[in-house]
Design a protein around this ligand. Structure first.
Ligand SMILES: [Zn+2]
Length: 499
């Protein structure tokens, strides 16, 4: 059975690349037939695993090492439905496949009276109908704009009164272009004031953002006209009266410096943006700018105190049990706060930053909580983000203040070790006892001899093992496989080492 699954996954992988398998057929079935035969969740998870502009390179690694797939797929199942075309074209307003996927996969759920959760692939929007028209919270990714318009019109003909961006990320604020195209012109688009410099930064850092997000650079906004700007901003808190109802917008920095949540007080419905997720959230992603972990925890506690009847997160499914909502918010707040407190204590004690990060571990009860799995980033990644917020850029290593180049250092170390073969042998011996150390040696080998097939194979073998070996969990904790962001960094490293 396991062999069959592996075989199907490999077939799916090739088919997802639009390639025909080498022998063109497996057991009388073409790759595309096999691909269709793979159960849909596995297939979409597979697409997700190899998505982004690095698709081809990542796929080459996975075709060679299909044993990496199950763990990747398991951790990729954290965000509702998925579309590879959308994930590869998040900023595009005209990619036909992405637009079609969004239309095919968007669902509208009635979650409270006159309240809908619009579940687009990967991300949600929230729609409130009031006596004076519609209040829309978030707008999805750019190619999901037309699907969003369809979704709204499928439940209400009322005019669009107001749009709110919970923050300026591509998955929340970039579908708005389609509203105006469809003649749905709201009186206001409201966001936190920090969204303005955020959007300006996006224009300025276009190439860098495309690189770290694995998106085609030509699709990212190039001029101010490519962005749908808010028409009204606020600083701390904004109370809206629409159709005789109260909607409270509350800002606390968290995943971004412009994040806000929306409290529909009369309905007791909370649109929680990206503050809450059902795993350790994106508070420690090394490819992203600063996150504000302590304010994030504060926001979660504040939201818990509202005693919401319905929670509508920016990603994932709605929750409608008030006790569960409160408990979920508080558990995540406690975990984030614990990381912050440990980092602060460690920094104050004079430990080096690497020692501070290495010492952080969730208290046993939290570490065992299934809502705090390290599926996307790890707890230590969050600790690194806190260190980054609270201190300077130096890592406390004197030679790193103004270092030599990594290539020169690696070349010298390999030479002193007696050459590449010696480093290779030592790294392989270390794979069972200290995988982190083995990764350092593999990196040194590749830096010293980037064209060496020995060094390249060492990188492939060591990082293959690294992806297959989750960071050692404390007793009783939920090991969820190597977190997605680390896995992608390792996978991309492997793809560059392929022959
Ligand atoms: Zn999001």
């Amino acid at each position: 059975m396991a062999a069959l699954i592996r075989y199907l996954l490999v077939a799916a992988l090739f088919a997802s690349l639009g390639l025909v398998l080498g022998s063109s057929e497996y057991g009388g079935h073409s790759a595309n037939q096999l691909y269709r035969a793979v159960e849909n969740p596995a297939r979409t998870a597979l697409d997700r695993a190899v998505g982004g502009a690095d698709l081809a390179a990542r796929s080459r690694v996975l075709a060679r090492y299909p044993e990496l797939l199950p763990g990747i797929i398991s951790n990729a199942r954290i965000w509702g439905d998925y579309s590879r075309a959308i994930a590869e074209n998040m900023f595009s307003r005209d990619d036909p496949q992405a637009i079609a996927d969004a239309r095919a996969k968007t669902r509208v759920e009635l979650v409270a009276p006159n309240t809908w959760l619009i579940r687009m692939p990967i991300v949600n929007a929230v729609l409130f109908e009031t006596r004076d028209g519609l209040l829309l919270v978030d707008t999805g990714m750019a190619p999901a704009g037309p699907a969003l318009v369809d979704a709204i019109r499928s439940v209400s003909d009322a005019p669009l009164h107001t749009v709110i961006y919970t923050h300026g990320h591509v998955d929340h604020a970039y579908g708005a272009w389609a509203l105006a195209d469809a003649g749905m012109n709201p009186r206001n688009i409201i966001a936190h004031e920090a969204i303005i410099p955020r959007f300006e930064r996006y224009l300025r850092l276009r190439g860098s953002i495309a690189h770290y997000m694995s998106q085609p650079v030509e699709q990212l906004p190039a001029t101010r006209d490519d962005i749908v700007w808010p028409t009204r901003t606020f600083r701390d808190r904004l109370v809206l009266e629409i159709g005789g109802e109260t909607f409270v917008l509350v800002h606390h920095r968290g995943e971004t410096d412009d994040q806000l949540y929306v409290w529909a007080a009369d309905r007791r419905v909370l649109a929680s943006a990206d503050y809450w997720q059902s795993f350790i959230p994106n508070a420690g992603n090394g490819k992203r700018v600063q996150r504000y972990v302590e304010e994030w925890a504060f926001a979660l506690r504040e939201m818990a105190s509202l005693n919401a009847r319905v929670l509508l997160p920016g990603h994932g499914q709605a929750l409608d049990d008030p006790a569960e909502i409160r408990d979920n918010l508080l558990v995540l707040a406690e975990a984030l706060q614990s990381v912050v407190d440990q980092v602060v204590a460690g920094l104050n004690s004079g430990m080096r930053k690497d020692q501070v990060v290495a010492s952080v571990v969730l208290p046993a009860q939290l570490a065992a909580d299934p809502r705090l799995q390290e599926r996307y980033v790890g707890v230590r990644d969050v600790a690194r983000m806190v260190v980054h917020e609270l201190t300077g850029w130096w890592d406390d290593q004197p030679s790193h203040w103004d270092p030599s180049s990594p290539e020169r250092l690696a070349g010298l170390q390999v030479e002193m070790a007696g050459g590449l073969a010696a480093v290779d042998a030592r790294a392989r011996a270390l794979m069972d006892e200290d995988l982190r150390l083995a990764c350092h040696l593999a990196d040194q080998a590749l830096l010293a001899a980037p064209e060496s097939s020995l060094a390249r194979q060492l990188v492939l073998d060591v990082y293959r093992r690294r992806i297959l070996t989750p960071p050692t969990p404390a007793a009783g904790t939920h090991a969820a496989g190597t977190p997605t962001q680390a896995t992608l960094a390792y996978l991309d490293h492997m793809s560059r080492a392929l022959p």
